[in-house]
Write a protein that binds this ligand. Structure first.
Ligand SMILES: [Zn+2]
Length: 106
């Protein structure tokens, strides 16, 4: 269960970082707290592999529950918009792409 502790503390950091981002009009409010943690763990139990790695023919454990359409673009904060990703490279790459796109949209 050491692994779960690590994942939770990382999620805590991400949550406080995201809380400092300004909510833009049209962005979907994010579920937070215990309910969000439970939902994330349930999703990863059911969808344990990175979907992008699978497309490349590899089976890699996912680290991240990603919103396929980002919340800041109005993507829903529910399971219709979830995908499992590994942190590196796939979530890092997607985050970098979206940060660039978001910076341009300002
Ligand atoms: Zn991956």
């Amino acid at each position: 269960m050491g692994k779960l502790t690590t994942l939770k503390s990382r999620l805590g950091t991400a949550g406080s970082r995201l809380a400092t981002l300004t909510q833009r009009p049209g962005a979907t409010p994010r579920l937070r707290g215990r309910a969000a943690v439970d939902r994330r763990e349930r999703w990863l139990m059911e969808h344990p592999c990175c979907v992008e790695c699978r497309k490349e023919g590899r089976v890699v454990a996912a680290d991240v529950v990603d919103h396929t359409v980002p919340l800041w673009k109005g993507g829903p904060d529910d399971e219709s918009n979830f995908q499992s990703l590994c942190q590196t490279p796939h979530h890092d790459e997607k985050s970098a792409r979206e940060a660039a796109e978001r910076a341009k949209a300002r």
